[in-house]
Design a protein around this ligand. Sequence first.
Ligand code: ASP
Length: 311
Amino acid sequence: MTGLTSIAIHGGAGTILKGSLTPELEVLYLAALKKAAQVGNAILRNGGSSIDAVVAAVVELEDCPLFNAGKGAVFNHLGQHELDASIMEGKTLDAGAVCGVRHVRNPILLARAVMEKSDHVILSGEGAEMFAKALSLPFEDDAYFYTEERYRQWQKLRGTEVFEMDHTPDGRNKMGTVGAVALDMSGNLAAATSTGGMTNKKYGRIGDTPVIGAGTYANNTTCAVSCTGHGELFIRSVVAYDISCLMSYKGLSLKQACDIVVMDKLVSIQGEGGLIAVDAAGNIEMPFNSEGMYRGSIDQNGKEFYGIYKL
Ligand code: ASP
């Protein structure tokens, strides 16, 4: 029992330039980030588990239409919403993930159920939906997931072979995957990530988000990591696990490991994006190599930070 708690959350990384968001929208984003971080932090401060904290924070972000996860997810090439999510517990190395699920209101709850109530790590598509129905998890119709902004982004790419992170050329470029990482009072780390993936994705494309070790990873001896960015490059770089490996095999600090992976290795293959991470001592890192990343944290001293752009 360390008594220390830390939490960090993200709402996606991308080309979010200063001035590209209206002041009103900026306020909305920052308020949504704050709400999610505080919901997770309250659980930690009351002695709750890091798993409960990251799930609560991600559910909050999935329910918010501003982010590309749950409500507000991007459209695939058929005009549908296909959702990916994963979760991992640092104490046991238990993990659960779902990919390509439709109509499931909170994919992170389903990922958690895969971890806790099945013998498997990843369930996909219809099978994952059947599992969700058997557990009576909430489902929603297409209208629930619809947002005008995402529809407009898809119209730009509809009928083309191009798939994009959910950005627009008018300066409001952004990705919107969401995630949370936390350390609880018992010294247990956890990470969770959820996304709608990339606009106009086809052929059942799956990104890094539900891939344990790529988009999400947690190990009590090192750190918990949740990523956002161009999924293909994050899978090829095994980003989240690489950070943990650099800490355990090379003895690097969380900051050193994050710098190498995000600012060096990913940059060298044009892997745009970022991540949030917390280590076993409660240190928080939120590096990104894109223009911006929606992010927030509440550290062991209760100090809160919320940001969108580079500092
Ligand atoms: N990493 C997500 C994916 O490739 C996208 C994102 O983070 O915006 O599916």
